[in-house]
Design a protein around this ligand. Structure first.
Ligand SMILES: Cc1cc2nc3c(=O)[nH]c(=O)nc-3n(C[C@H](O)[C@H](O)[C@H](O)COP(=O)(O)O)c2cc1C
Length: 164
């Protein structure tokens, strides 16, 4: 039997969400799925995949534009696949403490795709993050890397279980 094909697509401005997508991809591969990890702006056809995991960074309460455009561009096909969505993420421990629901725009995609599930992972904002606002936040002690590899791996295993 050939293994199921999974696409993990991400919309990431500064790399934190790309890192989460890589971890998801690695774990899904380890669980036996033929998995591609691709930037959301490069996704123009998902017909070759059994399942799609699409994630985006949150900026001012909105999903990253590339993730949103990917959802819009591929909406016709995504409606007919197993879809999981994720967001990244609070630069504090809140995502560890409770389930953070999707922002309004993402909740709409959840409905449209009849998606399986959404989760919010902690994000990252560090001294290496470019941008004036990011630098100012880090200077005020508001930064940090709140991505938790174990939680990311757990969610990937959960997706693998659902697909099996
Ligand atoms: C200007 C700015 C606005 C942000 N707005 C939000 C927000 O509304 N909600 C949230 O959870 N995180 C917010 N964050 C944190 C980012 O989502 C987090 O750093 C994320 O992991 C960045 O992902 P990326 O590196 O893939 O772009 C914001 C960060 C910056 C710099």
């Amino acid at each position: 039997m050939t293994s199921k094909r999974v696409l993990v697509a991400y919309g990431s401005k500064h790399g934190a969400t790309a890192g989460i997508a890589d971890e998801l991809g690695k774990t899904l591969r380890g669980d036996g799925f033929d998995t591609d990890v691709v930037s959301a702006d490069a996704v123009s056809d998902v017909s070759g995949y059994d399942a799609v995991v699409l994630g985006g960074a949150l900026y001012a309460g909105r999903w990253n534009g590339e993730a949103t455009q990917c959802a819009r561009r591929n909406a016709g096909q995504l409606r007919h696949r197993s879809v999981w969505l994720f967001s990244s993420g609070p630069v504090d421990s809140s995502a560890e403490q409770r389930d953070i629901p999707p922002v309004h725009g993402v909740a709409r995609w959840m409905k449209r795709f009849d998606a399986q599930e959404h989760t919010t992972f902690g994000g990252a904002l560090t001294a290496e993050t470019p941008g004036r606002i990011a630098r100012a936040l880090v200077r005020r002690g508001k930064g940090g890397d709140f991505r938790n590899p174990e939680r990311i791996q757990e969610w990937a295993h959960h997706i693998a279980d659902e697909l099996t």
